[in-house]
Design a protein around this ligand. Structure first.
Ligand SMILES: C[S@@+](CC[C@H](N)C(=O)[O-])C[C@H]1O[C@@H](n2cnc3c(N)ncnc32)[C@H](O)[C@@H]1O
Length: 312
């Protein structure tokens, strides 16, 4: 663990995700493991499956965005985030990114099923190509095409086994499939286990905001490993990412409030917006930096893992 790298990531994530600081916390440890995997594998052709707006991979690979840039732009804030409604699944011409540093290399392909997220990804100019694709189907890409296949979203996919076999198929022999995987242990930290009794179901569903319903294929680590092995992949590294404290913080966080906060942030003078953003981020840094430095994931209590597998 290199605390300078963690702090640098944390600052980048806070800048990008400032109204969701709980995500900045999680993404710091996700990015740390993902960066280590990229450095270990030294790939030349990378595919980012379910890349979303692409910023997670862009910054992990060494990119930096300016402080006037964040993800709370071009959002559909007309409804609350519940069920399938996703405020980020929106794109208009106001979306712009000020890039202050580019990664030293590009990724070959980014895929996602949401065209609006891919439009945002294109603005990064980081993927040579983006492809709109539903992972419940087979990718229209040749066998053995990429030496690094990454996804942090496989557990969203209903046809899980077929999806993993497909990722293995497009990976070159001796290439790597790198997955960040949630296990059902995350449910231990869900307010659903205690909140409905005293606060009622409505409270609990506001905090959940449709999250649990998107994870169609959560599996235990052992189940994931078995599926990877059956797909012709050899596990070469398993890194625990985080457990209870992050689970509890992330379960509540600012999720219910980011829509109205976004509206507020985007309706004030840009100079005031930036001033408030800086103050907000500075409080988050003071609150969380010591934890960021000291954090050590405990395998026995962990609910998210980074798994590196090699194609046999
Ligand atoms: C948690 S987000 C992660 C996005 C991105 N990798 C990141 O880290 O910011 C999950 C992503 O998976 C995508 N997704 C979910 N199910 C999918 C499916 N069946 N096919 C393709 N993309 C899917 C979503 O649209 C979303 O962009």
């Amino acid at each position: 663990m290199n605390s300078n790298i963690r702090i640098a990531f944390f600052r980048q994530w806070l800048n990008w995700l400032w109204l969701r600081p709980e995500n900045a916390l999680m993404w710091t440890f996700r990015a740390e493991a993902y960066k280590a995997a990229l450095e270990t594998c030294k790939p030349s052709r990378v595919i980012d499956i379910s890349c979303g707006d692409g910023v997670f991979s862009f910054i992990t690979a060494g990119g930096e965005l300016a402080e006037v840039t964040d993800m709370f732009q071009s959002l559909d804030t007309s409804k609350r985030r519940l069920g399938n409604f996703d405020a980020f699944d929106n794109y208009d011409d106001s979306y712009s990114l000020e890039i202050i540093k580019r990664p030293t290399y590009n990724f070959s392909i980014g895929t996602d099923w949401k065209s609006n997220l891919l439009k945002k990804a294109i603005v990064l100019n980081f993927y040579e190509k983006v492809i709109q694709h539903d992972n419940n189907n087979i990718l229209q890409l040749a066998d053995n095409s990429f030496d690094f296949v990454f996804s942090n979203s496989t557990y969203w996919v209903r046809n899980y086994v077929q999806h993993i076999k497909d990722l293995a198929r497009i990976c070159t022999p001796k290439g790597h499939v790198v997955l960040e995987l949630k296990t059902p242990d995350i449910l231990k930290y869900s307010n659903k286990t205690f909140l409905p009794k005293e606060f009622g179901k409505k409270s609990s569903s506001i905090l959940d905001a449709g999250r649990l319903s998107t994870w169609n294929s959560l599996k235990t680590l052992e189940e994931y490993i078995s599926i990877l092995k059956d797909s012709g992949l050899k596990i070469i590294d398993i890194t625990p990412l985080y457990g209870p404290i992050i689970g509890e913080i992330w379960d509540v966080g600012l999720r219910p409030f980011f829509n109205p906060l976004t509206k507020l942030a985007n309706s004030v003078d840009p100079i005031i917006r930036l001033e408030v953003k800086r103050e907000f981020i500075s409080i988050c840094e003071d609150l969380l930096t010591e934890y960021i430095i000291n954090h050590q994931a405990q395998k026995e209590h962990c609910f998210e893992w980074c798994v590196i597998a090699e194609k046999c």
